[in-house]
Write a protein that binds this ligand. Structure first.
Ligand code: PEP
Length: 247
């Protein structure tokens, strides 16, 4: 039985005044039994968010594969651990698009994060053109194979399926679309990692909101959600957490 996991991704949003939202989300997360909750604010808010987290897991949205060195603007897994981050998102489609990250680079980041004991969420997802061409399953299972580290790590790995056309657009994949892809990802995980592939959680991400969360959580192999826009306020995020707790 895989426990549901709901993760908020604040992207490049949030300032010190919004830490009160984090405290509110943390209180609700504590009250929601049977579900894991985490929030990934920008790097600048990780340490102050941890101070108000009340047990809520706080993470980052990216990590550099190296330990330290001449990598201007980057942050290492060791640095994240030092400020008590517990998880990191790697390979988000916005980073794949804006920073040109390849599967190999995403995999190197995931390996570095897992080696340092950070829970690691590896994002995969197809573009609208790839879906329209009927290539979506091949593209996404190819990303799973190329972006995920091999077994042997102690840390916990999570996959997030985020169809690019559904991120921040208000378009949500249908339950049938999600079921098809999560089953394909589960198959690729088992093929790649054997029995361990059955234990890895697969999150859905893409315009998840309070009013569609329950329907998505009911889809087989949907083990939670990665939430962008609707994670910015407790008012929008907490009902998603509560929907996960009911499943
Ligand atoms: C995301 O960026 O991971 C995401 C799913 O965004 P949104 O919920 O805003 O579509």
């Amino acid at each position: 039985m895989r426990r549901k996991l709901v993760v908020g991704n604040w992207k490049m949003n949030g300032n010190l005044h919004q830490l009160a939202e984090i405290a509110e989300i943390a209180a609700a997360a504590k009250a929601a039994a049977g579900v894991d909750v985490a929030l990934c604010p920008p790097f600048t808010l990780i340490a102050p968010a941890v101070a108000r987290s009340n047990g809520l897991a706080i993470g980052a949205q990216d990590v550099h594969p190296a330990e330290s060195g001449a990598h201007t603007g980057a942050v290492s897994a060791a640095m994240l651990k030092e400020v008590h981050a517990q998880l990191v998102i790697v390979g988000h489609s916005e980073r794949r698009a804006e920073a040109g990250e390849t599967d190999a680079q995403v995999r190197a980041k995931a390996e570095a994060a897992l080696a340092r004991g950070l829970q690691t969420i590896v994002c995969v997802g197809e573009s609208e053109a790839e879906r329209e061409a009927g290539r979506h399953v091949d593209v996404v299972t190819g990303q799973v194979k190329g972006s995920l580290p091999d077994d042997g790590h102690e840390g916990e790995m999570v996959v997030a399926y985020e169809p690019i056309w559904a991120i921040g657009t208000g378009k949500v994949a249908t339950p049938a679309d999600v079921a098809e892809m999560h089953a394909a990802i589960r198959g690729a995980l088992r093929e790649r990692l054997g029995e361990r592939g059955g234990r890895i959680r697969i999150l859905y991400g893409g315009s998840v909101k309070a009013d569609n969360a329950a329907e998505l959580f009911a889809v087989p192999d949907v083990d939670g959600a990665l939430v962008g826009g609707a994670s910015l306020t407790a008012a929008q995020f907490v009902p998603i957490v509560e929907a996960a707790a009911r499943h």
